[in-house]
Design a protein around this ligand. Structure first.
Ligand code: C2E
Ligand code: CA
Ligand code: CA
Length: 407
């Protein structure tokens, strides 16, 4: 697994200089073996013309491989004494005459490559003690490269999973009903992405992984695009999740510009810090002026949501499942929800409770003044067609419906 160039290379270079100086040889290098090719990843050399960083050699004809196979000893004071070595190309060009090589093993025992030093003259002094030093330096090199190797493996694994999804136009996007707690009527739906079940990851985890490999914006935009496609298929508003960072991309602005904004609610997830609220608000301002509504998601979940609310003056506040579920039997939660409702209504926002799983919670939330509810009690996330299924009514009346999300 290839490492990316980095600060670790400088540390490796220091080890190579130590090897080169202590053994009084011309060249020291760290190589990665991929099964067919030996990659000279970091090279310290007195003769750059002959050996260069980034050079590749055929693994099966390299001296290192012959040493790994036991066809040659780990320390070779005089290459000309070994017919096996003289057969190999590097005995001719660049005329290697002395050689020390030791394998670099990662913590799980797997072979990363080799740590080597060589000279262009034979060197009778070269012996066991030199090998001992090179082995210590090789273990240090292993500790230095390991985090990058693992990180590269992680990235490759994530990209391998995401590539087909992106190539397919993005994740499947389901809709979960959002219901007026007073009337029991469905007023909107939240778009929720779904990735292959065998991944065993919730969508927030997948989006975070995607961002960690630079695919986050693309994936979020595809999810938004898929969510937007549902606008033609269902009545009411569609709430779409988006991270503050993706909102700032020009592509997101272009997408929003194409939508019937009076039917769109953007749910800003608070998982990643907002770096600059002014920029965020300025970016959203023209869309909000054209009818887009803004929701702050996961309020009460323990992120800095209150500041988010104060600064963005959202149209909707979504109470996190952790404070909405179980509210019917919990005075502390009820008090918290009650104060958040007062706070929200005071600042002109409407309140949606998430994670409503029972009729009791739905009734309690309504009593506490929560406007809208979302959760398994009203319906699970499903395909747009499933939204047609009538929703159960809270023990409410037939009071005249209020305008849904207006302040
Ligand atoms: P969220 O926005 O807070 O979404 C609500 C989550 O609660 C969803 O999880 C939903 O399936 C789940 N849920 C709904 N009702 C109930 C209930 O009654 N009980 C319980 N226990 N859970 C309920 P999901 O779909 O796994 O999504 C997790 C998070 O992933 C979302 O949290 C959201 O932050 C993120 N996400 C999902 N889709 C997208 C997307 O398209 N773009 C972005 N940026 N984020 C997304
Ligand atoms: Ca959400
Ligand atoms: Ca939420």
């Amino acid at each position: 697994m290839r490492r990316k160039r980095s600060a670790a290379d400088q540390q490796i270079a220091d080890l190579l200089v130590t090897a080169k100086k202590s053994l009084d040889l011309s060249v020291a290098f760290l190589s990665r073996l991929d099964g067919t090719t030996q990659h000279l990843e970091v090279v310290k050399t007195a003769v750059p013309v002959l050996v260069q960083e980034g050079a590749k050699v055929r693994q099966d004809t390299s001296i290192c491989q012959a040493i790994l196979d036991g066809r040659l000893p780990a320390v070779i004071p005089d290459v000309t004494k070994y017919p096996e070595a003289m057969k190999l190309p590097s005995a001719r060009i660049p005329r290697i005459r002395s050689y020390v090589s030791t394998p670099v093993h990662l913590s799980d025992g797997s072979l990363y490559g080799t740590f080597c030093a060589f000279g262009f003259r034979s060197d009778k002094e070269l012996g066991k003690r030199d090998l001992a030093l090179v082995k210590v330096l090789a273990s240090a090199a292993a500790v230095i490269v390991e985090p990058e190797v693992r990180d590269q493996e992680r990235r490759t694994e994530i990209e391998g999973r995401l590539d087909p999804v992106v190539a397919d136009g993005g994740p499947v996007v389901l809709l979960q009903p959002i219901v007026d707690l007073a009337t029991g009527g469905r007023v909107g739906a939240e778009a929720l992405s779904r990735f292959p079940a065998e991944w065993g990851r919730t969508p927030d985890v997948v989006f975070a992984e995607a961002h960690s490999v630079g695919m986050g914006h693309a994936l979020e935009l595809q999810a938004l695009e898929r969510a937007a496609e549902h606008l033609d298929r269902v009545a009411g508003y569609v709430a779409m999740n988006v991270s503050p960072a993706t909102v700032l991309t020009p592509a997101c602005g272009e997408l929003l510009g194409r939508l019937p904004l009076d039917r769109v609610v953007l749910e800003l997830t608070e998982h990643d810090e907002v770096e600059d609220y002014d920029v965020l608000l300025a970016t959203l301002a023209p869309f909000r002026a054209a009818g887009l509504r803004l929701a702050i998601d996961d309020v009460g979940a323990g992120f800095s949501s209150l500041r988010h609310i104060v600064v963005t003056s959202p149209d909707v506040i979504k109470l996190d499942r952790s404070i909405a579920a179980g509210v019917a039997g919990d005075h502390v939660l009820a008090t918290l929800v009650g104060s958040l409702v007062t706070f929200a209504h005071g600042s002109g926002a409407r309140v949606v409770a998430e994670g409503v799983e029972t009729a009791d919670d739905a009734a309690a939330l309504r009593t506490l003044g929560v406007d809208l509810g979302q959760g398994w009690h009203f319906g699970r996330p499903g395909p747009p067609e499933a939204l047609a299924v009538p929703v159960p009514r809270t023990p409410a009346d037939d009071a005249a419906p209020e305008p849904v999300l207006s302040r």
